[in-house]
Design a binder for this molecule. Structure first.
Ligand SMILES: NC(=O)c1ccc[n+]([C@@H]2O[C@H](COP(=O)([O-])OP(=O)(O)OC[C@H]3O[C@@H](n4cnc5c(N)ncnc54)[C@H](O)[C@@H]3O)[C@@H](O)[C@H]2O)c1
Length: 261
């Protein structure tokens, strides 16, 4: 099949690892001009963008509004437009509220929701001027429902869901679509450091009705769809890509019936 994002200029935060990196790889393979930003550049970035017609990387903290504005200005100077934004920069967090330091709460909000806000704010003027654009934020299933120990992370991701829906309301008449992906638990470096070592990791896996954790490419596929023309009438959606995690409760009956995945 021919590339389906030919020449589209797509800005991805959190581009050096995990879900963001998988998005970069997919968009590059689909012919997009990819601009990535992250705290540090990784070798994987060069490998992921080998197919891209052009690829720029910015070392940047999503919490830094001036840096984000500078990246947006650079994208416009070099490529003339910003067709899409994917906000994949994020940090894990959580803890029981009565034990949670204010500074730790704030760190999770600063990166996950304020960083998303700053990213969107940086690209929206260009998208409004173009009267077109697609914003895809990365929230979480933990932004759709509670989860033991989630606290600060769930609060931030819930805010990402509603910020995205609100942008769909505010900017639809400017030709801009805004959608959020709510991944289940996806096997990335974040997952390997935070979730995989937990004693209850297999219980978490079992909450995915497909009986497995997800792969970063499966989130990139959803991001590709939401950016593509196939999603031209899709806006304001919080899309779980979660192997059925939020479909309902599971108590083991289907495992008895059908065995392991
Ligand atoms: N892996 C999962 O199970 C899962 C599930 C649901 C949602 N998510 C979300 O998906 C997104 C990507 O997560 P991942 O699993 O790929 O994690 P990851 O740690 O592999 O990648 C996240 C990237 O974000 C970057 N980042 C962190 N703070 C930043 C900052 N202040 N400025 C710029 N870049 C920053 C990191 O350097 C890293 O490269 C996050 O928002 C995460 O919350 C992940």
């Amino acid at each position: 099949m021919s590339p389906r994002l030919n020449g589209k200029v797509i800005y991805v935060t959190g581009a050096a690892s995990g879900i963001g990196l998988a998005c970069v790889r997919r968009f590059a393979d689909e012919g997009a001009v990819v601009v990535g930003a992250d705290l540090n550049e990784t070798d994987a970035w060069a490998e992921a963008t080998r197919a891209a017609p052009a690829a720029d990387f910015h070392v940047m903290d999503v919490r830094d509004e001036a840096a984000q504005q500078a990246v947006a200005a650079d994208i416009l100077a070099r490529h003339g437009r910003i067709d899409a934004l994917v906000t994949a920069a994020g940090v894990a967090g959580g803890g029981f509220v009565h034990m949670l330091d204010l500074a730790e709460w704030q760190r999770v909000q600063d990166v996950n929701i304020t960083g998303t806000f700053i990213s969107c704010k940086a690209v929206l003027p260009a998208m409004i001027a173009q009267r077109s654009g697609a914003i895809v934020t990365i929230a979480s299933v933990e932004g759709l429902e509670g989860c033991e120990g989630g606290s600060s992370y769930n609060a931030a991701k819930g805010a990402v869901v509603l910020l995205t829906k609100n942008m769909a309301c505010d900017y639809g008449r400017a030709g801009i679509r805004a959608n959020t992906i709510c991944p289940g638990f996806i096997d990335t470096p974040m997952f390997q450091s935070v979730i995989a070592p937990l004693p209850m990791a297999s219980e978490i896996r079992e909450q995915h009705k497909l009986g497995r954790f997800g792969r970063p490419e499966e989130i990139a596929g959803a991001a590709f769809f939401l950016i593509s023309e196939d999603a031209s009438f899709v806006s304001g959606v919080a899309l779980p890509v979660d192997g059925g995690y939020v479909a309902g409760h599971s108590y083991g009956l289907s495992g008895m019936m059908f065995g392991a995945a």
